[in-house]
Structure formats: structure tokens, C-alpha cells
Design a protein around this ligand. Structure first.
Ligand SMILES: Cc1ncc(COP(=O)(O)O)c(C=O)c1O
Length: 382
């Protein structure tokens, strides 16, 4: 069954009665969406729908694509000139109204996660994190012999801030993913502020890392960046990624924001890689294209609401997600659900212990992909 635009809107509960979208505005946006999607056909290979990693299903926006095309010239033979990389650092600083010293670039945010675990954890300096959460920092900490203290999320998939603050006593690093991967849950300004100040007060030697890779997908008003806290406290820093809403995962650009001396410690602990000139140009354009990011947020939010509604209509619980992925209680091991989806040529998320026996993370594809995927999920879970 093909889900029509009307069906999509009704499932999501955004009918015209609510006045949210008229058909005219939808077709206007749809045409726009088509133009944006067109240039990335061929991204998804082998006929397998990739709902297993949280990259943007739509790739870069049109301005970013244009900037990339116009910079593929013989000039790439002169790649050692760091012009565009410095420009990117400056563009990020301007964007937030901070100094370039408050910005540390990485080839994706991954080296920043690895570097910070190496910088702040050791055999007697544990890392504290929610369980489940994004694993890179903990994997690095384990590799260097640091203890990993995991604090299970609550029954709604939300990070237990009280438990995290208690576990933080004497820790080297607290990793706080907001919104959280895989659960998609978010903490607002007051909660984050209270948590950070409590850790700073009760465990002054502990560093708090706020990973905001998915911030651009959060509903308006649901959260704010922790950048003001990172500028206030030497022991707080934020990381961001261009791999999600900005749609350039394959170009590998991310950054950390914080006090210069804190970022220096991270930079000295681990290589951050070299950003290439195309990555830098794409990142500058994507960062400054606020209109596209807003379009991407709204597009993802509609697709997310449609997909969540489909699961809830079948009686399956889904966490309140603010990301481009959802975390579903499929009431069976994720491995079982994954295998059934793969038989239908859909890849869904890996195991996320300790919830892997009940929950599966599903990354959100394009509108068209999720219409197809929902039919497969309905067949499997019926
Ligand atoms: C929460 C979170 N942080 C960081 C990353 C790393 O992304 P990248 O290295 O592409 O910036 C990811 C990737 O999925 C993520 O989910």
C-alpha cells in the first residue's frame, strides 16, 4: 500500500484541520525536497535501505552542493594551503560570537571524543556515561585501561542526571550526549545547567563533555546548547558534528567548543586529522545556510512523527526522540528484528546494551524510504 501525502499527514496527526500544512504548501515543499534529493541519487547502494547509521538521509543542501562543485578545480592540487580550514575555524567562531581559540576542528567529531577520553581518563580516572549512549568515548577509555561507569537510562530512555552526578565523584570525564544516541531523549537548559553546576561543585576535577551532534534535530525549545557553560567553566566542553543535519558525514568535519586551555589538552592528547579543503568549504556553507538546516529539521521531524505514529498505532512504545533516529521497544531482541528487516533489504541499528533484548534503534531515511520501511515493520511486528 502506497502511503499518500494525505495518508502520511493523517498518520502523523497533522491534518489540514489543524491548519499545519495546506496541500499547496506541501507540494511547494515537496518540489523543493525533490530538487534537494535529486543530486544525491546513488548514495544508497546495493538496493539495501540503510537505516542503521544516523547520517542525514538527504545529504548536503543545494548551496553546499554548489559550493562543492565550484571548488573542484585544479586548485585541489594545492591542498597543503590551510586557507579554507582557517576560514572554517573563523566562520564557526563568528557563528557563535566567540574567539577562534575557543574552536578545535577535527575530521568528524570522532577524534575529539577519542582525544578527550585519552586526555582526561586513566587507570584511576574513570569515565561516566549513560547506558545506552554513543560508545566511542567509552571504547577509548577502555583501551587505555580506564574504568567505565555506566548509569542506566530511566524507563522513558532519559539520561538519569542524578545517577550520573553521583557517579561523577572523582571521575576524569563525564560523557553527556544531548540529545542522546540511541534513545533520542533530550534535556532542557535548566536540567543541563543544574547538572553541570552540581558536578563542578561536587567533583571539581571532573570534566563534562556535552556531545551535541544531534542538536539541529531537536524540537524548537526542547534544549539549548551548553556553549555558555563551556565558556564559563574550564572543565566543560561541547562537541558538534557536520555529519548529521548538515549532511556531510563523508567529508568528515566536526569541532569542539570550549576554553582554549581545555581544547589544547584535547589537541595534545590525540591527532585531530587534517580537514581537507572541500570538507572545509562544504562545512562553511552548510553552517551558514540556516534556511536549509531549518528545512532539514522540519523534514526530519515530519518523517519522525510519521514513523513514531506507525509504531504507536501498532501498540509499540517509542521514546520521545529529538534526533534523526528513533528507539523502539520491539519487544524482542534487536538481533531478531534486525535479521527480519535485513531479509526485506533494510538495515536497522546495532545492539545497544543493556537494552538490546527489547529495543532497536532505527535511523530515519527519506520520506519515501520510511513509507516503504513502515510497511515492512508492520509485517514483521504484526
Ligand atoms: C552522538 C554522536 N557523537 C559523535 C558522533 C561521531 O560523528 P562524526 O565523527 O561523524 O562527527 C556520532 C556518530 O554517529 C554520534 O552519534
Amino acid at each position: 500500500m502506497k502511503i499518500t501525502r494525505r495518508g502520511f499527514v493523517e498518520t502523523v496527526g497533522l491534518g489540514t484541520a489543524a491548519g499545519v500544512l495546506s496541500d499547496t504548501s506541501f507540494f511547494g515543499r515537496q518540489a523543493n525536497a525533490q530538487t534537494r534529493v535529486e543530486s544525491q541519487s546513488g548514495v544508497y547502494d546495493g538496493g539495501i535501505m540503510q537505516l542503521n547509521q544516523n547520517e542525514s538521509a538527504r545529504g548536503p543542501g543545494p548551496k553546499t552542493m554548489e559550493a562543492l562543485h565550484s571548488h573542484i578545480t585544479k586548485r585541489v592540487g594545492r591542498g597543503y594551503s590551510p586557507d579554507h580550514v582557517r576560514e572554517l575555524q573563523q566562520a564557526i567562531a563568528n557563528y557563535y560570537g566567540i574567539e577562534t581559540g575557543n574552536v578545535l576542528l577535527g575530521t568528524g567529531s570522532t577524534p575529539l571524543l577519542q582525544g578527550s577520553a585519552r586526555a582526561f581518563c586513566s587507570a584511576d580516572k574513570p569515565i561516566v556515561a549513560a547506558a545506552p549512549t554513543y560508545a566511542t568515548s567509552m571504547q577509548t577509555a577502555r583501551r587505555i585501561g580506564a574504568e567505565v561507569k555506566e548509569v542506566k537510562v530511566d524507563s522513558k530512555g532519559s539520561i538519569d542526571l542524578n545517577g550520573m552526578a553521583e557517579a561523577a565523584h572523582g571521575a576524569g570525564l563525564v560523557y553527556f550526549c544531548n540529545p542522546n544516541n540511541p534513545t533520542g531523549t533530550v534535556h532542557g537548559r535548566q536540567a543541563v545547567d543544574g547538572f553541570v553546576r552540581r558536578v563542578m561543585r561536587e567533583s571539581p576535577g571532573t570534566i563534562v563533555h556535552m556531545d551535541e551532534a544531534y542538536i539541529n534535530y531537536a524540537d524548537p525549545g526542547a534544549m539549548e546548547t551548553a556553549l555558555p557553560l563551556a565558556l564559563e567553566f574550564e572543565n566543560v566542553f561541547v562537541t558538534r558534528s557536520f555529519s548529521k543535519a548538515h549532511g556531510i558525514a563523508g567529508l568528515r568535519v566536526g569541532y569542539a567548543l570550549g576554553q582554549e586551555q581545555t581544547l589544547d589538552v584535547i589537541r595534545n592528547a590525540w591527532g585531530m586529522g587534517d580537514i581537507n579543503m572541500l570538507g572545509a568549504i562544504a562545512a562553511i556553507t552548510a553552517l551558514e545556510d540556516k534556511e536549509h538546516i531549518e528545512w532539514e529539521r522540519k523534514e526530519n521531524a515530519e518523517i519522525r512523527a510519521f514513523t513514531i505514529a506507525a509504531f504507536r498505532n501498532m501498540g509499540y512504545e517509542v521514546a520521545d526522540c529529538h534526533t534523526n533516529h528513533i528507539f523502539v521497544n520491539v519487544r524482542r531482541p534487536a538481533s531478531e528484528f534486525r535479521a527480519a528487516c535485513l531479509e526485506q533489504k533494510i538495515l536497522v541499528g546495532r545492539d545497544f546494551p543493556p537494552m538490546h533484548n527489547t529495543h532497536c534503534r532505527i535511523s530515519l531515511g527519506s520520506r519515501e524510504e520510511m513509507e516503504k520501511a513502515v510497511q515492512v515493520f508492520q509485517q514483521i511486528l504484526a
